[in-house]
Design a protein around this ligand. Sequence first.
Ligand SMILES: [Zn+2]
Length: 466
Amino acid sequence: MKKFIDENFLLKSKTAQDLYYGYAKAMPIIDYHNHLSPEQIANDINFENITQAWLYGDHYKWRAMRANGVPEKYITGDATDYEKFEHWAATVPFTLRNPLFHWTHLELQRYFDINKILSPETAKEIYDECSARLKTPEYSVKNLLRKMNVKALCTTDDPIDSLEFHKKIIEDGFEIKVLPAFRPDKAMNVDDVAVFNAYVNKLQEVSNILIASFDDYLQALKSRHDFFHEMGCCVSDHGLEQIYSADYNEAEIKNIFRKLTASESISQPENIKFKSAMLVIFAQWDHEKNWVQQYHLGALRNNNTRALKTLGADTGWDSIGDFSQGKQLSKFLDKLDTTNQLAKTILYNLNPADNELIATMTGNFNDGSVAGKIQFGSGWWFMDQKDGMTKQINALSNMGLLSKFVGMLTDSRSFMSYPRHEYFRRILCNLFGEEIENGELPDNQEWVGKIIEDICYNNAREYFRF
Ligand SMILES: [Zn+2]
């Protein structure tokens, strides 16, 4: 029997172990999409205790605690940090087979050298030890990133964000690149007219451009896109149920914008036309600047109205949706390709039923300009676990070129989530190792090892050119 999370965790064969230790382990990390706070990095904060590092903002853990019957007071409520940790520790033994169980213990091992299982029995000593270390300079957030050999990361930022903290990070000479990413979801979401108009007003202030027409609106947004570019940004990101690709003409979109800013209601077809137009415009700007555009597709968000009212969005009430992805996505990519305005693109899919659809869609628009121009993004959110990653890797292998994959990203709000790159690398090496041992791949570790290094780091470095 193997020991729990020992040095050969997930590496079932000798070849897998050789590949991981010989090639994958030492590669640096490019975390090209996450939700870390640039303010916390700029101020190089220390967490006061492990609850702040682990449980503030981690809705994965919150969902598990709720499923375990923990009252909200001890999850997002006014209980003390230690009480919250106690309830998390009491939940952990029941998370076995959920990725949280592996992540929790990998994080304890990698950041704190703690090999114990978190449970009510070990809660107090683990809380005390982790919290004491988190307060030391060695555990400032910049040092947490250094400890994991991160070379570059991209945060997720709204066009109206000042990027003041990104600026401070550069001015302070932090050697790890912390770049913004342009996420204009709010600039195209017209489901709530009042919310949209409040956004237009904020954009007007931030851009110093008076917005009286759709042309002004685009000029203001473009000025932000330009500003992000000056700040080193070279990726955009969109969180959408599905791609919108309705037909429209300029006069229609101008009229829809006029209606919106006059607080008139718009029809559902007008809503979709507006979103379709904005997606194309953003994509054209991304292409002009040679950015990488990312589309996170398929989440069904805010399912619980009561929780949305009391706790707000992104607090753990989202699920996998069953939106129709293929036809609109194809039409959108084709439209951009036809006018030679298709930027490098990463498509992330939340519904595993669509893995093969997405894997085959990427192959339709590779044009020989860049290897792996259209990417099938790594297993994401509910798919960010052994089974989901394996399924994504297999679909990509079967229908595209795994060797050109830009690899793993954390997509996380937590500074402690970097062992997920290790988790991915072990799964990857295990798959290659198994096929070498089965005689399905040649026993040429140098060749396979080079491809593993590419997927772990080199492909992302070439693709993003940070
Ligand atoms: Zn994300």
